[in-house]
Design a protein around this ligand. Structure first.
Ligand SMILES: O[C@H]1[C@H](O)[C@@H](O)[C@H](O)[C@@H](O)[C@H]1O
Length: 536
């Protein structure tokens, strides 16, 4: 479709932008129609979007398709964890909601394999890449026709008989009386008609426990994205090219390996979440993520400091008008989005190197000279766009693997898991809608700004920045995130009754659970920090 850079950016970011909006709107939809109907609506929207994408005759229709899919993603991303948390027994809740992220990463891996396979189909390969997303969407739609509504939502709507039946069904016929009574009492304690989403949000913000939960939930989602996961995923092909993989197709397949690593280490998270708890898992993950981002940054720093020099300058002075030919080494050349580095290599020594403008239609080749027609190159010239040949690539590769190994078990799934369980029922849809919205907004901010940040701060500067932001995330979690493992959803509000960041060691016993149990007094609406200690 000969997309300009603007259109490419638009097509990429429109999905994530639409997801942010619909995640925010998903709170109201969830309150009105329930979790099951929302997931069915999301699956239907995915299917419609997939059809539009696969059949798009032009870029405008493609954009409509991308926005449509984004609308589905936003609703699903906030509803599924809530649904899972509400139907799970407390001792399995963490594991089951973490499996949600496991399946996201599995989806990302399968999508990257499908994309890799269809790059070989030069004509219309992209239609299959995008259109095949209909398959999981249809499966999810029909699968969900057979699943029950969340018993908690049914109870909230006064559908007590149905709620009891569903609970008994999902507990496999066990005695559900205690669980059912606890749920009902708690829901009766809450105000029945909490009002529309904006009223609920206001109530959440004016009541200390929910304000604290919302701050923690949104903060976790923000720090998840600020630690740069989607930059790493998106640029893994470039990182791997730096690390010595020269062939584009091979780099695409290796990017699938990155997605596979993300998936495999999320599996470790599923295993760990009920063993070590959410708090320790998130803290450990943040420490490892910050350190591995530093390793990545050091790898980029050493590559920049030992960046190969430009040895050939064009003799034709009319070509000197481009800024590319003015650079003296590869580093500034590759940071300029208009230029690329053309060179030859003998073992690891770079020679015959020049900085040349990239083709405007596709930066895969140079606009002129030896690297302009790579399929016909006979002297072994290589073209590096967005990266520089370096002998420090192993550090970058090590950083990448360490990053995924630490991020995926903790910071990947925990923000979703924790958000699904920290809000009282009346605030759950709205709380999850806000935090999922924050996730998608930060996602679009980080991925859209990465190249610009790299242009101003260089690659190593960008990764040092993410590392610094991750350390901030670590301090935030250290001070503010209480352990929610094993708590009943009904107990959560009490857990958040203290000051925002009051998770001092004295409040916690050795296994990470809180010694003090608070009881809410029926009828007391506004629970101030002082009230909470009065009711111990
Ligand atoms: O938890 C998920 C997961 O870690 C994905 O790999 C990432 O792409 C998403 O942005 C994130 O929300």
């Amino acid at each position: 479709m000969h997309l300009t850079a603007l259109w490419q950016e638009l097509l990429v970011s429109s999905t994530v932008g639409a997801a942010a909006l619909s995640a925010l709107a998903g709170g109201t939809l969830n309150g009105l129609f329930g979790r099951r109907i929302c997931i069915l609506i999301a699956s239907f929207i995915f299917t419609a979007g997939g059809v539009v994408l696969g059949a798009a005759p032009n870029k405008e229709v493609l954009l409509v398709g991308r926005i449509t899919v984004g609308l589905g993603i936003g609703i699903a991303s906030m509803t599924v964890p809530v649904y899972l948390a509400e139907v799970s027994p407390p001792h399995l809740r963490g594991q089951l909601v973490t499996i949600y992220t496991l399946f996201i990463t599995a989806g990302q891996f399968i999508a990257s394999v499908v994309d890799g396979a269809f790059t070989y189909l030069h004509h219309n390969g992209w239609r299959y890449m995008l259109g095949l997303s209909i398959v999981p969407a249809v499966l999810q739609f029909f699968g969900f026709l057979f699943l029950p509504e969340s018993p908690r939502w049914l109870l909230q709507k006064g559908l007590t008989q149905q709620a009891r039946q569903v609970l008994s069904r999902i507990r496999g016929g066990q005695n559900i009386e205690k669980e059912y009574d606890r749920m009902r009492t708690n829901i009766e304690d809450e105000e029945k008609d909490a009002g529309g989403a904006h009223r609920i949000l206001w109530r959440m913000l004016t009541r200390p426990p929910t304000r604290r939960a919302l701050t923690i939930g949104c903060g976790l989602q923000m720090f998840q994205q600020l630690s740069g996961i989607n930059t790493v995923m998106y640029y893994s092909a470039t990182i791997l090219q730096m690390a010595g993989v020269r062939d584009d197709k091979q780099a695409i397949w290796l990017a699938s390996a990155t997605a596979a690593t993300n998936f495999l280490f999320t599996l470790v998270g599923v295993w760990l979440v009920e063993r070590v708890g959410r708090r320790k898992l998130t803290l450990g993950s943040l420490i490892g993520t910050a350190l591995s981002l530093t390793v990545l940054a050091i790898g980029f720093l050493l590559s920049a400091q030992h960046s190969p020099a430009v040895t050939l300058h064009p003799t034709d002075t009319s070509l000197n008008s481009t800024s590319c030919t003015l650079y003296g080494s590869c580093e500034p050349c590759m940071l300029d989005p208009d230029c690329g580095f053309c060179y030859r290599e003998n073992s690891s020594t770079v020679y015959d190197s020049s900085c040349i403008p990239a083709k405007q239609t596709s930066p895969d080749e140079a606009a002129w000279g030896r690297c302009s027609n790579l399929s016909q190159v006979s002297d072994g010239s290589l073209w590096a766009y967005n990266y520089c040949p370096t002998s420090y690539s192993w550090i970058v590769l090590l950083g990448l693997i360490l990053y995924l190994a630490f991020f995926a078990p903790g910071m990947g799934p925990m923000p979703w898991t924790v958000n699904s369980e920290i809000y009282p029922l009346w605030a759950r849809s709205t709380g999850n809608a806000c935090s999922a919205g924050v996730n998608w907004i930060c996602n679009v901010l980080v991925s859209l700004t990465f190249l610009h940040v790299a242009e101003y701060l260089t690659y190593y500067g960008a990764f040092f920045l993410y590392s610094g932001l991750t350390v901030l995330g670590l301090l935030f979690v250290l001070g503010c995130l209480p352990e929610t493992q094993g708590r009943r959803l009904e107990e959560m509000e009490a857990l958040f009754s203290g000051n925002l960041c009051s998770c001092s060691a004295s409040d916690w016993d050795g296994d990470g659970s809180r010694n003090i149990l608070y009881n809410r007094v029926k009828g007391s609406d506004v629970l101030s920090d002082n009230d909470a200690s009065d009711m111990e």
